[in-house]
Design a protein around this ligand. Structure first.
Ligand SMILES: [Zn+2]
Length: 270
C-alpha cells in the first residue's frame, strides 16, 4: 500500500498533507519573530562556524562583549533572520505607524537580508530599493562610499546594517548616507560594537584573512568599533544619533523577540 502511495500520489499532494499533519518542530509559544510573524519555541544559537573560526585564529576579543548580539538566541528557525534584524522589524513597526500613508516613502535597504527585505517590501506606502556593490539581484549597484546613483536628499528612510565595518573609508560612507537622506528622514545604522574598547580599533597593516579574524572577528572586517567611536563618527557626518535600548522597547518585548538585554539600536536623523 505504501509503495502504491509513493508511486501514484503526486509530490505536491504529498507535500500538502505533510505540511497539514507534520508541523515544524520549531513552532511554539515562547518566542515570536516579528519579521516572519511566526511564534517559535526557540531561536537558534550562533552557528559553530564562527566559534571554530574564533578559536582557530585566536580572536583577541570576547564575542560576549559585543553590544547587540544574541549568541544563544540568534537566528529564527522559520525565516533565518538574526536578533538584530528582529530588532529592526520591531522599530520599523512602531515608526511606520507615524508615517503619512497617503505618500510613498523611498526606502533604501543596503546589503539586504532577504527575509527582512520581504518584511519591509510588504508595506505598500514604501518605495523599496535594495542596494549593494556585490550582490547580483539588487535594484541599485552602489558603492556606499561614493553613491553617484543617488541624488542629494533622495531617501526618506535607509537601513545600513553591518556594512561600515567592511568599508575602508567609513567616514566617506557616513557622509554619503547623510547626503542622500532627506531632511526629516531617518535611518538605522548598525555595526559590531565591542563594549570593552575605548576607541575604534583600526590597523591598515592587518590585511590577511587570518589576521582579520584574529583582530576584527571576521575575514573581511577592517575595524572594530568602540561605542563612543561609532557614535561620534555618525555625529561627525552630521546626523542626530539616537540610541534605543531596553528602556525604549521594554524588557518583555526584548525577551519575547529574542533580543539580548544590552542591545542598542542606532537611529539617525537629518
Ligand atoms: Zn522569522
Amino acid at each position: 500500500m505504501i509503495n502504491v502511495v509513493k508511486r501514484f500520489v503526486p509530490e505536491a499532494v504529498k507535500k500538502y498533507y505533510k505540511k497539514m499533519f507534520f508541523k515544524p518542530s520549531y513552532l511554539g509559544d515562547k518566542y515570536f519573530c516579528p519579521v516572519c510573524k511566526t511564534a517559535v519555541a526557540y531561536f537558534q544559537r550562533l552557528s559553530d562556524y564562527y566559534f571554530e573560526r574564533f578559536d582557530k585564529h585566536q580572536f583577541i576579543h570576547s564575542i560576549f562583549a559585543m553590544e547587540t548580539f544574541n549568541i544563544l538566541n540568534h537566528s529564527c528557525p522559520a525565516c533565518g533572520v538574526s536578533d538584530r534584524d528582529r530588532l529592526y522589524a520591531l522599530y520599523f513597526t512602531n515608526r511606520f505607524n507615524t508615517l503619512d500613508k497617503s505618500k510613498k516613502h523611498t526606502f533604501i535597504d543596503f546589503a539586504p537580508e532577504p527575509s527582512l527585505g520581504m518584511f519591509i517590501k510588504s508595506h505598500s506606502f514604501l518605495e523599496y530599493r535594495s542596494a549593494d556593490l556585490f550582490m547580483e539581484e539588487v535594484n541599485d549597484r552602489v558603492d556606499i562610499a561614493d553613491m553617484t546613483v543617488y541624488e542629494d536628499n533622495s531617501a526618506d528612510i535607509f537601513l545600513c546594517s553591518h556594512i561600515l565595518e567592511h568599508v575602508e573609508n567609513d567616514r566617506k560612507a557616513t557622509c554619503e548616507l547623510y547626503r542622500i537622506l532627506k531632511g526629516g528622514g531617518f535611518g538605522i545604522v548598525m555595526a559590531p560594537i565591542l563594549l570593552t574598547l575605548k576607541e575604534v580599533y583600526e590597523n591598515p597593516r592587518i590585511t590577511s584573512e587570518a589576521d582579520r579574524w584574529k583582530h576584527f572577528g571576521q575575514n573581511d572586517h577592517v575595524r572594530m568599533y568602540s561605542k563612543e567611536g561609532f557614535v561620534s563618527r555618525l555625529g561627525d557626518a552630521g546626523f542626530k544619533v539616537y540610541q534605543l535600548g531596553i528602556d525604549y522597547f521594554g524588557a518583555d518585548v526584548f525577551e519575547r523577540h529574542g533580543i539580548h538585554p544590552r542591545s542598542v539600536l542606532y537611529v539617525v536623523e537629518k
